[in-house]
Ligand binder design. Structure first.
Ligand code: ADP
Ligand code: MG
Length: 316
């Protein structure tokens, strides 16, 4: 399939209604639908608005990324989706059911692997299944005996190169290995939707690149519904079907990118001229938001002027 700059497709939602309205109608209910989520933290005498009217959709089997400046409210949004925080406005639906404020419906992989040091790798991987609620989940869990679950987890550990470490404790594993174990824990949890919060940000550059390729292959094989937070534009373009670009705090969706690259994708795609063009465009957007966060509006405006309009096909 040939890729051409006219394939660039983004929604600049600044002057539009909701990002959620952008989706083409589909009969299958979305794995996740955020509808107009707003939240402000109460400080001593004031309110800190963190999220403002955030809407987005993850369809079943889609890989969707959220990208936005540090401190814009991305992790807060995950806490809302996980039911740890209640939004002041907006609703969360999973597979058509209102789940606002409810816990236990997602599997979550945090920035740090968060493996329990007193449990073996295998027992850490099995933890997601032990802790998952057995009723009222968005997708009914598949019941399996403990023996079956251990056998399955062992097969997975083999597949991700951790077979020899099943009985080892986390401190004997490298950072990348720990992240693979944490990812398996999320993958083997019965909840269909996975939230991954900057899972590779603590890794060195080479391990990170390896882990991106690894995640790409794992996801293409398993096609779980994923919402992925990242700082890295390249990572988002490489992995995602769609990218929501958040503004500086209070975060709202300012761009929605339908990533045009066919699958399966491999590392070489990062050398494609269209990939490089997208990276450049998105870097401009991100700079603009960063400058806004720094309160440097003059800079923000000059960056805005420098963004090339050619090749951008905006759906407005
Ligand atoms: P991101 O993940 O995008 O870096 P966060 O969602 O962690 O950003 O934080 C967004 C903003 O909300 C930050 O300014 C942070 O200090 C603030 N914040 C996060 N959690 C709380 C909390 N529980 N109480 C008050 N402020 C918070
Ligand atoms: Mg965060």
């Amino acid at each position: 399939m040939s890729l051409h700059p006219t394939d660039l497709s983004s929604h600049n939602v600044a002057n539009e209604q909701r990002a959620g309205d952008q989706q083409s109608p589909s009969t299958a209910p979305s794995a996740l639908e955020l509808d107009g989520i707003s939240l402000a933290f109460r400080e001593k005498r004031s309110l800190l608005p963190v999220l403002q009217d955030v809407s987005l959709t993850v369809k079943p089997g889609e890989f969707v990324s959220l990208i936005g400046p540090s401190g814009s409210g991305k992790s807060t949004l995950f806490h809302i989706i996980g039911g740890l925080l209640k939004p002041q406005q907006g609703r969360i639906r999973m597979h058509g059911r209102d789940m606002t404020g409810e816990r236990g419906h997602i599997s979550y992989m945090p920035q740090q692997p968060a493996l329990f040091p007193w449990r073996t790798t295998l027992d850490n991987v099995l933890l997601g299944q032990e802790n998952a609620p057995r009723k009222n989940t968005a997708v009914p869990p598949q019941y399996a005996s403990e023996r079956e679950r251990r056998k399955e987890a062992l097969q997975w550990l083999e597949q991700v190169g951790l077979g020899k470490f099943a009985k080892a404790y986390p401190h004997t594993l490298s950072g990348g290995m720990q992240q693979r174990a944490a990812f398996l824990r999320a993958l083997l949890s019965p909840q269909e939707l996975m939230l991954l919060d900057e899972p590779f940000s603590a890794l060195d550059a080479l391990t990170r690149a390896d882990m991106q390729q690894w995640l790409l292959r794992m996801w293409e094989k398993n096609r779980r519904s994923v919402l992925f937070i990242t700082h890295s534009i390249e990572e988002a373009l490489l992995l995602s079907d769609r990218i929501y670009v958040l503004s500086a705090r209070p975060a709202s969706v300012v761009h929605v990118v339908d990533v045009p690259f066919p699958r399966p994708r491999r590392e070489e795609i990062t050398l494609d001229p269209l990939f490089i063009e997208w990276k450049r465009t998105m870097t401009g957007w991100m700079r603009e938001e960063k400058y806004k966060l720094d309160g440097d509006m003059d800079n923000a405006q000059s960056v805005h002027k420098n963004i090339p309009e050619d090749g951008l096909n905006r759906h407005e």
